[in-house]
Design a protein around this ligand. Structure first.
Ligand SMILES: Cc1cc2nc3c(=O)[nH]c(=O)nc-3n(C[C@H](O)[C@H](O)[C@H](O)COP(=O)(O)OP(=O)(O)OC[C@H]3O[C@@H](n4cnc5c(N)ncnc54)[C@H](O)[C@@H]3O)c2cc1C
Length: 572
């Protein structure tokens, strides 16, 4: 067994009840026995009678929800008994492990990679003790209203309320334990909240997390995982969770999980209390994306989770949120940068055509791009950018609707500048830095700008002429953008930034209740099965994209749901 862990000096032997088949104490149940009437599937035809999904966007049978053949006992090379089996060592999994271990449970974390893994920098909280201001009820109602509005009304208010009620406590629980390791969370403040337009508002609940060695979610889990291990939690690496075992012909408890090891044999983990699915979303599974979020299938994935947790849950009868699914979509993440991508400069495609009203909510902007040949866009502005810039920015959508200092960019994207940029504050310096990074292009004529990007120049010139005309008239009769968000594009040099939207993670999954217990399509609890983070559903997030009104809530949801799942299991 490969166990390249974070802390290697802890003996795990006492937790391993048996190796190989000897002493295994297998439960009689197997995956084959799990197929309930409603989830039975004919492997030969690929037809499935499972509820709610089962076909892809082309109405063809999907292979992802067709249960595989049960893993044969002969393929199992190792069996471990534990109380809480956690699948996935990202934010939700590691937080759940730390909580459960501290509460005295025997914990095993099964991770597909050779170490713990997660991404992202900001994680939000509502009324953490670390926040300097308390959010009042009016603020809370406004957040729920706007989140629901900008996530297409498809938001489960009960889960949102749960996050509002418990996120401060969960974040404080985590920080209380890892601040001594140098992890800090620097929270936003909310002076601009009430002034911004609805669609541009960003609730200042977010915090940038970091430690001397890592940032964001990696800082959190790099500190918490060794802590969990020191309390007896066992981390098993290079083992990909593949199947769950549900007793009583697929009607009873989930009692075990099977993981594929790098040698092709399987580890069986018997979990006497519960299995928590924390395997993230399915952003790197094209077939699942076609089924649940075809609206975003032109955007590439920036994470490699394949939805195995959702599939395993489904194969034992769990329901998955019906389409459409939301995701968090941002422009130009690494190696470029996303900052200022929501600024409402003129946006054109490679054909030189204007894409629409650039002043819509940040999370909807990428959907303007999907009808263009390359599903990307170009922000264009001229030498007078500093004249227009103050009218373009908003507190809303945070860093995406304004351009931060180069120092901030350098820190946030972990790029190194050769200069000391700490005193840089003006826009010129920021643009200069962007030019040096290669994120932005400058040209003496529109024709040259077009040629640098490969944009159709004739069309671009027509678009810019029309845009200038609308600006002069003070009325965007073409797309209805507010006059104060328009700009003229006449004065050289001209600037352009290419923007390409990416899916950072999918946000809907196994339907859960407010205890993180996984539900079937009749909304009955599947005993012994929990889900947290992006593997979980129930529509904490709704619509087609996460609304930036509640930023940094995907890491936060993972943290809070992992915390709550472990509390529920261990305090029962
Ligand atoms: C570049 C980037 C930047 C981001 N920035 C932010 C941000 O600033 N704020 C924010 O809120 N969100 C951000 N996100 C999204 C954020 O990373 C996720 O929403 C969050 O990590 C979800 O936590 P999770 O525990 O559900 O999943 P993850 O943290 O992704 O953890 C899932 C874990 O499960 C493992 N795994 C997957 N499949 C299996 C399997 N079958 N068996 C065993 N293990 C498995 C994976 O290796 C991974 O370690 C960002 C994402 C990206 C890609």
């Amino acid at each position: 067994m490969e166990r390249k862990g974070i802390v290697m000096d802890i003996s795990r032997r006492s937790f391993i009840k048996g190796a190989g088949l000897a002493g295994a104490g297998f439960a009689a149940a197997s995956l084959a026995a799990c197929k309930s009437e409603s989830s039975a599937s004919d492997a030969n035809t690929g037809e499935s009678s499972m509820p709610s999904t089962g076909v892809n966007a082309n109405n063809a049978p999907s292979s992802w929800d067709t249960p595989p053949e049960p893993i044969d006992d002969a393929q199992i090379s190792e069996v471990i008994d534990t109380e809480v089996c956690i699948l996935g060592a990202g934010v939700s999994g590691v937080v759940a492990a730390a909580v459960a271990a501290e509460l005295g449970a025997r914990v095993l974390v099964m991770q597909n990679k050779e170490t713990i893994h997660s991404q992202g920098s900001g994680a939000a909280a509502f009324n953490s003790q670390r926040q300097t201001e308390n959010f009042d009820d009016e603020f809370r109602s406004e957040l729920v209203r706007l989140k629901s509005l900008y996530e297409g009304g498809l938001v489960n208010h009960e889960l949102v309320s749960l996050w509002l009620d418990r996120s401060g406590e969960a974040v404080d629980w985590v920080l209380d334990r890892i601040e001594e390791d140098g992890v800090t969370a620097s929270f936003d403040t909310y002076e601009n909240w009430r002034e911004a337009d609805d669609q541009a508002k960003t609730c200042p609940i977010s915090a940038m997390w970091g430690s001397p060695d890592s940032m964001g979610s990696m800082a959190i889990i790099s500190a918490l995982a060794p802590r969990a291990e020191s309390m007896g939690a066992q981390f098993i690496y290079n083992t990909t969770a593949r199947q769950l075992i549900r007793e009583e012909g697929g009607e009873g408890r989930v009692v075990a999980a099977l993981g594929e090891k790098s040698d092709g044999t399987y580890l069986r983990v018997n979990a006497s209390k519960a299995v928590i699915v924390c395997t993230g979303g399915y952003e790197a599974n094209d077939e699942m994306r076609d089924t649940f979020m075809p609206h975003a299938n032109r955007f590439k994935a920036l994470s490699d989770n394949k939805g195995e947790g959702l599939q395993m849950g489904r194969w034992v009868g769990a329901d998955i949120d019906p389409a459409p699914h939301a995701s968090n979509i941002h422009y130009n993440y690494l190696p470029s940068d996303p900052f200022g991508s929501g600024l409402p400069w003129l946006r054109v495609n490679k054909e030189g055509k204007r894409l629409g009203n650039e002043d819509i909510a940040y999370s909807f902007l990428p959907f303007l791009d999907i009808y263009s040949e390359e599903a990307a866009c170009y922000q264009i502005f001229d030498a007078d950018y500093d004249l227009y810039y103050p009218r373009m920015i908003d507190h809303g959508a945070g860093i995406f609707r304004s351009v931060p200092s180069p120092k901030f960019v350098a820190d946030a994207v972990t790029l190194q500048t050769t200069e000391d940029t700490s005193s840089w504050s003006d826009l010129d310096k920021t643009w200069q830095y962007y030019l040096e990074m290669g994120s932005m292009v400058r040209a003496d004529s529109l024709e040259e700008l077009a040629s640098q990007f490969g944009i159709n120049y004739e069309e671009l010139q027509k678009t810019v002429d029309r845009y200038n005309e609308l600006y002069d008239a003070g009325n965007d009769v073409d797309f209805g953008k507010k006059p104060e968000r328009m700009q003229a594009i006449r004065k050289a040099p001209f600037y352009g930034i290419r923007r390409e939207a990416c899916v950072l993670g999918t946000l809907n999954g196994l339907v859960i209740n407010n205890r993180m217990q996984v539900l079937d399509d009749k909304r009955k609890v599947i005993p012994g099965l929990y889900a947290a983070g992006n593997a979980s559903g129930g529509r904490f997030f709704g619509g087609i994209a996460q609304a930036m009104v509640a930023p940094a809530t995907t890491i936060s949801r993972a943290l809070v749901w992992g915390y709550l799942a472990a509390l529920d299991i261990c305090q029962a």
